[in-house]
Write a protein that binds this ligand. Sequence first.
Ligand code: ADP
Ligand code: MG
Length: 155
Amino acid sequence: MKAITWNTTTATPEETEAVAERLGGALRGGEVLELVSDLGGGKTTFVRGLARGMGSKDVVGSPTFAISKLYTAGNIYIHHFDFYRLHEPGIIANELAEVAGDAHIVTVIEWADVVQYVLPEEHITVTIAQTPEGSRLLTFHCPSSAEYIQKATQG
Ligand code: ADP
Ligand code: MG
């Protein structure tokens, strides 16, 4: 299996949302996305665009204290997890294991370090790095079976 990696830069939160929105429009259900960045990097901003692109009207916010949030997008659900500061994933890891890869669910995870063992091998990783100028470098890493993801994010 040959994985693919590519980058894109966004200068504003609106641009990050726009890239994520295009990606959301291409998702089919069953995808698992891991979002990696420092605090304030733009993970939740990315999910906001992603949900909109999937056609969801739900309000996307940080699930840090709730740990998981659920949005609807037509006949697809978006499960948004955030394991920030959770050292012991506990029963939420079981919830994640149940939904990850389900064909009617798109699973998005912030701070997934403690639940790596639950993630399917085929998941998509989006790493967001802050540049000194305040823009963001988004790096996408996908299994080769997800070339439609690359097409969508490159516009
Ligand atoms: P995280 O979920 O990674 O902690 P958030 O999405 O909650 O991050 O917050 C990102 C913050 O950075 C927001 O205040 C957003 O307005 C700001 N920001 C500035 N530039 C960008 C950019 N290019 N992409 C995403 N967010 C940006
Ligand atoms: Mg967040």
